[in-house]
Design a protein around this ligand. Structure first.
Ligand code: UD1
Ligand code: UDP
Length: 370
C-alpha cells in the first residue's frame, strides 16, 4: 500500500509523524509531502528536526496568501505531484488550508482520502478551520476521530459507521513520545522560570489577533495577570505583525515561536496555559496542566468534559477570575480514553487492512512480462 502523507502547517507536522512511523512499521510505502504553508525555520524546520521527521520527499513551497490563493496554490501543486506519485490513499491531518486543499485534489483524482482528526466541530462558521473541517470530512473515505464526541458528531451528520474509526489522538502520540526528551532540555530554567511559577500564552486565531481592539484588550488582561504570575508568550508570526502596534505590559514576556521540544517543556511545567490553539488544548489535557481557552467556543469539548480545559472567552473579568481560581486551587488531571500514545498505530492498522491497493497497470509489468 502506498500512502501519500501531507503536512503544511506547524500542527500538521506534530500530527503526521506518528502516522508516518506507524504506516512504515506496518509495511506500507509512504511519501511525505510538505506543502510549505508554514516555511520559517521556527514554524517548520525545527519541527522536522525536533520530531525526527525525514526531509520531505516533495516540497510544494506554496507559502502565505489569502485563503483562495493559498488553497488554490496547494491544489494546483498537489494535483501535479499526485499524478506523478500515484497513491492508494492520501492522509491529511487537522483543519488547515493545506488539509482541505489536498483532500479535495485526492477525492477528484479518485484516490481514497483519510482524515486524521475527523469530526471536530466548533459550530462557528466564521472560523476558516470550521469550513476546512466540514469539507475535508465530507470528501474523506476514512474518518479517524480522536474522541467519542467526534464519532457522535459524524454519526449525527449521516456518516456511515464503517467510515468512522475512533483511534485516539495523534498529537498526544507525539507528546508522549517526546516528553522526556523535552523535559531534559531545562527550557524553563533557561528563561529564568521556576516549575509551577509561570503561565504560558499563545494566541493566533484571526478572531483574537486580527481585530486591534480585541488583541489590545487581551494583551491588557494578560498584563494584569502578569503582575501576579509571570507570563511567557511565544508569538506566532501572524500575531507578531499585529503586536507591533501595541504597548505590551511588563511581565508579559514575548518570545519567538518556540521549537516543539522547548515548547512542550514550557507547557509541562506551567502553572497555567492561556491559549486559542486547538492542539494546545489537547496537550495540556494530556499533561494534566490547567488550560484557559480564550475563545467563545471549542471544537474540542472533550478537553473540557474530560480534561483540564475551560473555555473562558475574551471578557477580562472572566479570564482573570478563572486564572486566579486555577492558580489558587489547581485542576483535577483527567484524560480522555485512547489518548495513550497509540493512535498512529490504530490508524495504520485500519489503512493497511482496508485500503484497496492499485491493480497493476500495464506499465507496472516488467518488460517482456505477460
Ligand atoms: C494556520 C491555520 C490555522 C492553524 C495555524 C497553526 C489556516 C486557515 N490556518 O494559521 O488553522 O491553527 O496555521 O499555526 O490554514 N507566516 C510567517 N511564517 C510562516 C508562516 C506564516 O511569517 O512560516 C505569517 C505570514 O504573514 C502569513 C501569516 O503568518 O500570512 C498567517 O499564516 P497562515 O498559514 O496563512 O495562517 P496561520 O495564521 O499560520
Ligand atoms: N507549538 C510549538 N511552539 C510554539 C507554539 C506551539 O511547538 O511556540 C506546538 C504545540 O506544542 C502544538 C502545536 O504547536 O504541538 C500547536 O500548533 P498551533 O497552536 O500553531 O496550531 P493549532 O493547534 O491551533 O492548529
Amino acid at each position: 500500500m502506498h500512502a501519500v502523507c501531507v503536512a503544511g502547517a506547524r500542527p500538521n507536522l506534530v500530527k503526521i509523524k506518528p502516522v508516518l512511523d506507524a504506516l512504515e512499521m506496518a509495511g506500507a510505502a509512504t511519501t511525505f509531502v510538505h506543502t510549505g504553508q508554514h516555511y520559517d525555520e521556527s514554524m517548520s524546520g525545527v519541527f522536522l528536526a525536533d520530531l525526527g521527521i525525514r526531509t520531505p520527499d516533495r516540497f510544494l513551497g506554496v507559502g502565505s496568501g489569502t485563503h483562495a490563493e493559498q488553497t488554490g496554490k496547494v491544489m494546483v501543486a498537489f494535483e501535479a505531484e499526485l499524478e506523478k506519485l500515484g497513491a492508494d490513499v492520501v492522509v491529511v491531518t487537522g483543519d488547515v488550508n493545506s488539509t482541505v486543499a489536498c483532500a479535495l485534489v485526492a477525492a477528484k483524482a479518485g484516490v481514497q482520502v483519510a482524515h486524521v482528526e475527523a469530526g471536530l466541530r466548533s459550530r462557528d462558521w466564521s472560523m476558516p478551520e470550521e469550513v476546512n473541517r466540514v469539507v475535508t470530512d465530507r470528501v474523506s473515505d476514512y474518518l479517524f476521530a480522536p474522541s467519542e464526541d467526534a464519532t457522535a458528531t459524524l454519526a449525527a451528520e449521516g456518516y456511515r459507521a464503517d467510515q468512522v474509526h475512533l483511534v485516539g489522538n495523534v498529537m498526544v502520540d507525539s507528546l508522549l513520545a517526546n516528553l522526556d526528551r523535552a523535559r531534559e532540555r531545562g527550557t524553563p530554567a533557561r528563561f529564568g522560570l521556576e516549575a509551577g511559577g509561570y503561565g504560558l500564552v499563545t494566541l493566533h486565531r484571526p478572531a483574537n489577533v486580527d481585530e486591534p481592539e480585541v488583541l489590545a484588550s487581551l494583551v491588557a488582561t494578560l498584563g494584569t495577570l502578569a503582575a501576579d504570575l509571570p507570563l511567557v508568550f511565544p508569538v506566532h508570526p501572524r500575531t507578531r505583525a499585529r503586536l507591533g502596534a501595541l504597548d505590551v505590559p511588563t511581565g508579559l514576556r514575548l518570545l519567538d515561536p518556540q521549537g516543539y521540544l522547548d515548547f512542550v517543556a514550557l507547557e509541562a511545567d506551567a502553572a497555567l496555559v492561556l491559549t486559542d490553539s486547538g492542539g494546545i488544548q489537547e496537550e495540556t489535557t494530556a499533561l494534566g496542566v490547567p488550560c484557559l481557552t480564550l475563545r467563545e467556543n471549542t471544537e474540542r469539548p472533550v478537553t473540557v468534559a474530560e480534561g483540564t480545559n475551560q473555555v473562558v472567552g475574551r471578557d477580562p473579568a472572566r479570564i482573570l477570575a478563572a486564572a486566579r481560581a486555577v492558580v489558587d486551587h489547581g485542576v483535577e488531571p483527567r484524560c480522555p480514553a485512547l489518548w495513550d500514545g497509540h493512535a498512529g498505530r490504530r490508524i495504520a492498522a485500519v489503512l493497511t487492512d482496508q485500503v484497496p491497493t492499485r491493480t497493476l497497470r500495464p506499465t507496472d509489468l516488467p518488460a517482456g512480462g505477460s
